[in-house]
Design a protein around this ligand. Structure first.
Ligand code: UDP
Length: 323
């Protein structure tokens, strides 16, 4: 297939590109390099099946031209990470909603399949664990900036599903749960790259709140493998899928695991949420995906557990710092 990957120089976008190229597909990458990085796509630049364009998804003629060349669009260009969302809410909302509108409108003109990337954030403060795709989304007040991210991604989901229902545009919505792996930067707040770089620098590792909040970390190679299989599955169209790992770990246990693997002498420091983010910041206590739907359709099961995930990230960061 010929794929357009918007946000192709980002963390997930570059891993998806790598997988598509390895499987013999052709890839067009579009990225404005706001949070993506040219170094992420450096290894593919010489390949004849890889083409990239530095530009934004707000450039409608460019998006139309690239959509024209593709069979399938993976729309990953978006504002990334809770920290960025809290610091730049206007940009987050505009990028996530207007960018998706432009991509879907261009795809609809040519009836090209589109993957819309959503997030486990949309489950918000829901307490029924694990989160199923048909469960309610429980968001906080609009006065709390964190929820702008989930709300904007929910609008994207409604838009994608409406394009399918109303215009028969083949769309697929995927909700990624804390996807991690080499090349992810800690610059936008993501916990694992931050903990690993803090530990490698001699500490301290900063746990926000009391560390009892938990997450499930999915390896990016598992995630991109699922995406390529979903793209070939006609029954995925018009559906929403959780993708990730359902093995749960508290942030305190994660910090201890990173410390023990890197340097047992490193200190773990607790930082109040108000200092880490903003006053009144709301965090989710637990977040676990129900993976039965994607398992039923394509047989998906995560293959990397938290230990192998951490080992790979620690090795990659060690290489990067010594390079
Ligand atoms: N976190 C932390 N220390 C950090 C960065 C994040 O304790 O240096 C916590 C954060 O408060 C959250 C969890 O780790 O409870 C996951 O944060 P991340 O931003 O990676 O993803 P989120 O699940 O919030 O989207």
């Amino acid at each position: 297939m010929i794929a357009l990957v918007t946000g192709g120089a980002g963390f997930v976008g570059s891993h998806l590109t790598e997988r598509l190229l390895a499987e013999g597909h052709t890839v067009y990458g579009l990225d404005d390099l706001s949070t993506g990085s040219i170094s992420n796509i450096e290894p593919f630049k010489g390949l004849s099946r890889y083409h990239y364009q530095v530009g934004t998804v707000f450039n409608e003629p460019l998006v139309a031209e690239l959509v024209d060349r593709a069979d399938v669009v993976f729309h990953l260009a978006a504002a990334v990470g809770v920290m960025l969302i809290v610091e730049q809410p206007v940009r987050t909302i505009e990028t996530n909603i207007s960018g998706t509108e432009i991509v879907l409108a261009a795809a609809a003109k040519k009836q090209k399949k589109v993957f819309i990337f959503s997030t486990s954030e949309v489950y918000g403060k829901a307490t029924k664990i694990p989160f199923n795709e048909d469960d309610d989304c429980v968001l906080g007040a609009s006065t709390r900036s964190r929820w702008a991210y989930a709300a904007s991604k929910l609008v994207d989901e409604f838009l994608a599903l409406s394009y399918w229902r109303e215009k028969k545009l083949p769309t697929v919505v995927v909700r990624l749960f804390n996807t991690v792996g080499p090349r992810q930067t800690g610059r936008y707040g993501m916990v694992i790259p931050r903990f690993v770089s803090q530990a490698l620098a001699g500490g301290p590792i900063t746990v926000y709140g009391d560390g009892t909040q938990s997450r499930c970390f999915g390896d990016v190679t598992d995630v991109v493998g699922a995406l390529v299989r979903l793209a070939a599955e006609p029954k995925a169209v018009g559906e929403v899928f959780n993708i990730g790992n359902d093995q749960e770990i508290t942030i305190q246990a994660l910090a201890e695991r990173v410390r023990d693997k890197v340097d047992p002498k490193v200190k773990i420091e607790h930082v109040p949420y108000a200092r880490a983010y903003v006053e009144g910041f709301e965090d989710m206590p637990r977040r676990v995906p129900d993976l039965s739907k994607i398992h039923r359709l394509i047989g998906y099961r995560p293959t990397h557990d938290i230990n192998s995930i951490l080992d790979r990230i620690i090795a990659a960061q060690r290489t990067a710092t010594t390079a």
